[in-house]
Ligand binder design. Sequence first.
Ligand SMILES: NC(=O)c1ccc[n+]([C@@H]2O[C@H](COP(=O)([O-])OP(=O)(O)OC[C@H]3O[C@@H](n4cnc5c(N)ncnc54)[C@H](O)[C@@H]3O)[C@@H](O)[C@H]2O)c1
Length: 354
Amino acid sequence: MNNVTIVGSGNWGSVAAKLIASNTINLRSFNDEVRMWVYEETLPSGEKLSDVINQTNENVKYLPGVKLGKNVVADPDLMNAVKNANLLVFVTPHQFMEGVCKRLVGKIRKDAEGISLVKGMEVKREGPSLISTLISNQLGINCSVLMGANIADEIAKEEFSEATVGYRRDKAAAERWVQLFNTPYFSVTSVQDVEGVEMCGTLKNIVAVAAGLIDGLKMGNNTKAAIMRIGLKEMLAFSKLLFPSVKDSTLFESCGVADLITTCLGGRNRKVAEAFALNGGKRSFDELEEQMLKGQKLQGVLTAKEVHEVMVTRGWVDMFPLFKAVYEISSGFLPPTAIVEFNNNIPHHIKNKL
Ligand SMILES: NC(=O)c1ccc[n+]([C@@H]2O[C@H](COP(=O)([O-])OP(=O)(O)OC[C@H]3O[C@@H](n4cnc5c(N)ncnc54)[C@H](O)[C@@H]3O)[C@@H](O)[C@H]2O)c1
């Protein structure tokens, strides 16, 4: 019998719990109960978030108004939450994943399998690492990924969307994840390209920041479409340079072009970047994140910084003018208007490739 634990309980983590709980209750090979590790917080009422989730069946802070399913159990104790699980779903903001993994070393079942819903990468002196690789290396488990055009609040309302599971070798494991997540309103397929799927999910947040700047500058659809096109090309080129096995076809799955479109039209990275440009770059992304997202985390700006570090180390900066511009604008080195000016400074031989 399979036991599922979700490591994370933010906006997307809570929706993942709802999706999974609706399946475990109907599928015979899964135990009904879904454990959800909650990074404990005290609410303004003085109550603990995990207690309120268990009393109301609702994550009142990160997904208010949505019932998670009676078989979801919030657990603030990470070790207790994972101890019986053979299926671990990782879904915290990427900056917390290393710390979480460190705490889990030696504490999970030997036969555990993981899936990462985390968008972002770890950049160290030794080089960049995907979050699924970090999980595999630190915990010694096989780790697939699930990414897609998935703005959590829309899926919580059971509006139809799609997602892609990326797996390394184990097709049977991938099919089990598909079974666990797939619902009539959440259509999941799998591809054997874990790096391609994860790189798409990670890099599109940088392009979403660029799209938000365009909105804040009150530019129109043509400009945004141009930014998305250039962004998509940079995503593919960067992914292939880091991981030559990445398949072009992965870009046509939900994790690729569909996620890019939805994130550039909606989503928190776009929203905060729009506010940044509307304020002429005078209020920092950190300040806007705190004010606008109420505890939710922005990923695109951090990813732009991490990707820039990789580009500098490897001598790739001139090959990725859009990624570079997003980094320089979000770090305050250039004004928001530079998002459309970067185009003028691109050497001809590189421009032809964009
Ligand atoms: N929200 C979406 O629409 C969406 C969709 C697809 C993928 N994702 C990805 O899912 C991942 C998780 O995002 P989310 O939306 O569930 O989270 P969120 O941004 O809504 O919430 C932040 C979470 O981080 C937790 N947290 C704060 N400090 C922490 C710490 N020190 N250690 C561990 N946890 C801490 C908070 O308790 C909260 O659960 C991200 O990588 C994101 O890119 C999000």
